[in-house]
Ligand binder design. Sequence first.
Ligand code: AP5
Ligand code: MG
Length: 219
Amino acid sequence: MRIVILGAPGAGKGTQCKRVVAEYGLAHLSSGDILRRERSEGTELGKEAQSYMDSGALVPDEIIVKMMASAISESVESGFVLDGFPRTVNQAQELDNSLQSSGQKIDAIINLNVDDELVSQRMTGRRSCPECGAVYHIENLKPKVEGKCDNDDADLVQRADDALDVVANRLKTYHEQTKPVVGYYKSNGTVIEIDANKDADEVTGFVLDKLEELASALK
Ligand code: AP5
Ligand code: MG
């Protein structure tokens, strides 16, 4: 399966993608995670992306499209879930064109709908593991030991772009540039709408039910 997960910052894209890949053995291709890795390794790409990410703006399309084309080419046969890409209509068109040229397409678009009011609570409470990438929340999804990762006991960290002023910009960017991507996919096919205001396990239940239907239809 080749899947795209759409949603605002804090909708739960990363959280749900990790559960979907665990269930279906797909590659989890998160543009945000790839950019953060490039930054921590100090690459040219990471340096170019830094100021955009820190202000809550989007990194320019040409940089992202090239970066994601390379990640997708490595897992196009085994299947993947795209998390955080495409994020503009232009990126979505570029993705469609490049898949079409190799005779492939996206099988499902999942749109996680979350109310703006919930976003800042989710962002400011998020803690991540710098070693394995596991994501927690200080109230909603607590680690077993406060401040420590369940998997490797590493100290959990906060993302720099989870500061309240940056979150407000990220949300504005989402409404202006990413929400139109949902319209783009609706005009070309089906979008699976999910209520992501519910707790994380309930959302996973909705998503896995829909994917099970899809997997049987694709057989
Ligand atoms: P990216 O890393 O993609 O950030 P984002 O889209 O803003 O989304 P988040 O990762 O913050 O949220 P999420 O939906 O994954 O939520 P999560 O599961 O962690 O992008 C970062 C930056 O990189 C962008 O601002 C941009 O600059 C750049 N970039 C990336 N892709 C780009 C592209 N394609 N084009 C241009 N620029 C790009 O959950 C959040 C918290 O809530 C966690 O603490 C979690 O435990 C909790 N939680 C999750 N689900 C629930 C639930 N159902 N109930 C309660 N709590 C929940
Ligand atoms: Mg994420």
